[in-house]
Design a protein around this ligand. Structure first.
Ligand code: SAH
Length: 687
């Protein structure tokens, strides 16, 4: 079987499908998987163990044999817990082949070969009977198939099938039940991830306001979950409008129905405000009485002592289809609808409710196209008025009345800014024809239909007839491209600028005129866990998993950085931020690579978990925008990051927590190389 892996090519701005051969070992999937994070989740692991012990002893207490079905066994952890708790036999099902292989090794190493049978199948393919995968139905159902949204990884259809075909009626289930909680809030910050606010432009002839088409205001957006580390959202960034309400529960010990359905609860706002967002999280009870509870509740809902950092389960932000003013004490109905894999919400006033018997809500489909063009961080970025101001200021410096301005950036508002700031002619490149339609509507809403010319071509295919035989005098970009994964992938702007060289006037202005790559050594509060070996988990040796991840990291990923939005992952700086490479957009991309090496001093004591890298764009002399570090508090080294961008994190290998104070290095040596042929940056660090 052939496997295709998508990789962005920063030299063309496109995603290319790389064909991996039969022996492709899923290195990237393993290296970047969440298994390590789950194994470090002490709270989850201890509670599963308690719940499994209790379930096994209840079954044994009834004088029955304890036969366990563990769906999605991963490392085999939960099956080993069951075997250690006295289960007679465990069927450990795992669909992902490399994991099933690892589970076999781990089970063997821990001495449970006779008690646990690993089956490399999807649970819905598992057979029961004398010649089947399982000899009989199980009476204990153990699973951990949940994502941040609870059901996004297909837990419901898997449970539905398991109850029909794989477990006995009246079986025990660990977890026994899951409950989804919601809280209604108003939050300008989170709402800015979903709607485009009016953009203010201070032009010479007065203030201009860029508005969005009316369809956009009413559009319910896309159904994909917005999962974030809500614990990093300061309470000043939202206003609570309701108490925490139980939305629905699922009892996993009974037959589960996965068919689409709705749940409705009554709400009374505790405060008047604009209902915009439903925050949501879940908890699982490991036993029927609910005494063993594992919760994802955010900081303002639960005591700090119950806090466990984890990245595999976070919290959800749901955007209501449109904002709704609500009054303290009025009667509201909140409806959660779900299909098999996702959830969405609708808020209704009690008054309207009386007339409407059926409250079925359609799955949200973006009708305005903006939600397909802009993802949530991108909405946030476009709504960042300070950022817009930097572009306005720099455009004002470079634009002249006779400027012919071409913009190269995906889904950008720069052409509109350039028009308002006086460019004679504004041209806008589109690489994706699908979005031309959206921009026509957008320009129309702002009466700009005939002011901005849209060119559907790739930069290298631009001809002088596209430009009506004019030369480009101002080439602008944010730069921003939807295919960029790592910060430097937006250097595609440089490649586009190079391809456009024949069309640029001799005294062309390029904005940004340059970019620079910055780097800083950090100690993460928690993020290190996702790349840290686990060793022993709840008494079980899972070293095989650590080795497998390390092997995959060594294969390719270890020399690569990975993108993380660091506003969600606190860290402290151990070094000063350092500019390591610069890219001069006024020149074309050089044929040779750009490289640098040096040493960075560590100023603070701490564990050097890795280096963070980000880009800064120098728009014009004296005006820059940073996509990374925005502030650093000097005493402790706490960092603030651009909340709309992902930064690149290069984890030092191996990421270990056992460094002792005496071992702290005083400097880190680095070698960084930008390969102009591939657009990728390779790096190497020595502590
Ligand atoms: N049980 C382990 C791993 C949980 S991760 C632990 O708790 O540490 C969930 C695993 O379930 C993944 O490895 C995924 O590949 C697997 N999986 C999900 N749905 C499945 C299904 N229906 N049948 C078999 N495996 C499944």
């Amino acid at each position: 079987m052939k496997t295709f892996c998508g990789r962005a090519n920063p030299t063309t701005g496109a995603v290319e499908w790389v064909e991996e051969d039969e022996n492709y070992d899923y290195h990237q999937e393993i290296a970047r998987s969440r298994y390590a994070d789950m194994l470090h989740d002490k709270d989850r692991n201890t509670k599963y163990y308690q719940g499994i012990r209790a379930a096994v002893s209840r079954v044994k207490g009834r004088g029955e044999k304890a036969i366990v079905l563990d769906i999605g066994t991963g490392t085999g952890l939960l099956s080993m817990m069951a075997a250690a708790a006295g289960a007679d036999f465990c069927y450990a099902i795992e669909v992902f082949k490399p994991m099933a292989n690892a589970a076999v090794k781990i089970v063997e190493k821990n001495g449970f070969r006779d008690k646990i049978k690993v089956i490399n199948k999807h649970s819905t393919e598992v057979t029961v009977g004398p010649d089947g995968d399982m000899h009989c139905r199980a009476n204990i159902l153990v699973t951990e198939l949940f994502d941040t949204e609870l059901i996004g990884e297909g837990a419901l259809p898997t449970y539905e099938h398991a109850h029909k075909y794989l477990v006995q009626e009246g079986c025990e289930a660990v977890p026994h039940r899951a409950t989804v909680y919601v809280q209604l809030v108003e939050s300008k910050r989170m709402w800015s991830w979903n709607k485009l606010f009016p953009v203010r432009v201070e032009a010479e002839d007065g203030e201009k306001i860029i508005v969005s088409p009316s369809e956009m205001e009413k559009c319910p957006g896309v159904p994909s979950v917005c999962d974030i580390q809500l614990n990093q959202m300061p309470s000043s960034d939202f206003t609570i409008l309701s108490d925490v309400v139980t939305m629905f529960s699922v009892d996993f010990s009974k037959p589960v129905r996965s068919a689409s359905t709705c749940y409705r609860v009554q709400l009374e706002p505790v405060k008047s405000g604009k209902a915009q967002i439903v925050l949501s999280w879940w908890d699982i009870d490991m036993d029927p009485s609910g005494t063993i509870n594992c919760t994802m509740a955010p900081y303002w809902v639960k005591p700090a002592s119950a806090f466990q950092w984890r990245d595999h389960w976070m919290q959800c932000v749901y955007f209501l289809p449109h904002e709704e003013p609500v009054l303290q004490g009025e009667q509201l109905y909140l409806t959660a609808c779900r299909d098999q894999y996702s959830l969405w919400y609708k808020l209704q006033k009690a008054r309207e409710e009386e007339n409407k018997a059926d409250v079925r809500v359609e799955s949200p489909v973006c009708r305005c196209q903006a939600h397909l063009l802009w993802n949530r961080p991108r909405f946030g970025q476009l709504n960042d008025q300070n950022r817009t101001c930097q572009y306005v200021k720099s455009l004002m410096k470079v634009l002249k009345a006779d400027s012919v301005c071409l913009c190269v950036s995906d889904g950008s508002l720069l052409p509109v800014l350039a028009h308002y700031l006086g460019a004679e002619q504004v041209l806008y490149f589109f690489m994706y024809a699908t979005f031309v339609f959206f921009f026509f509507k957008f320009f129309k809403a702002n009466n700009l239909e005939d002011k901005i010319k849209v060119i559907e071509a790739r930069p290298e295919l631009l001809t002088s007839s596209h430009l009506e035989d004019k030369k480009i005098s101002v080439l602008v970009g944010e730069p921003f491209f939807t295919t960029s994964l790592l910060p430097w992938h937006n250097l595609y702007f440089w490649y586009a600028r190079t391809a456009l060289s024949p069309h640029l006037s001799t005294n062309v202005t390029i904005l940004p005129q340059a970019a620079s790559l910055h780097m800083m050594i950090v100690e993460f509060q928690d993020l290190w866990r996702i790349r840290s070996p686990c060793g022993i988990c709840e008494g079980f040796d899972v070293g095989t998993m650590d080795d497998m991840i390390q092997n995959s990291l060594n294969f390719r990923e270890s020399k690569e950085a990975e993108p993380h939005p660091l506003w969600e992952y606190p860290c402290k700086s151990l070094s000063d931020p350092q500019e390591v490479l610069t890219f001069d957009f006024r020149e074309t991309v050089p044929p040779h690579g750009l490289s640098t090496e040096g040493s960075v001093n560590l100023l603070r004591k701490g564990k050097s978990h890795g280096a963070v890298l980000w880009m800064e764009y120098h728009l014009t002399a004296g005006i820059s925008v940073s996509t990374g570090l925005t502030h650093i508090s000097n005493e402790k080294g706490n960092c603030e990051w651009n909340p709309h961008c992902k930064q690149a994190v290069y984890f030092f290998s191996p990421v270990i927590e056992s460094q002792t104070l005496s071992e702290f290095p005083t400097a880190v040596k680095y070698a960084i190389n930008f390969d102009t042929k591939t657009g990728e940056i390779a790096m190497d660090f020595k502590l």
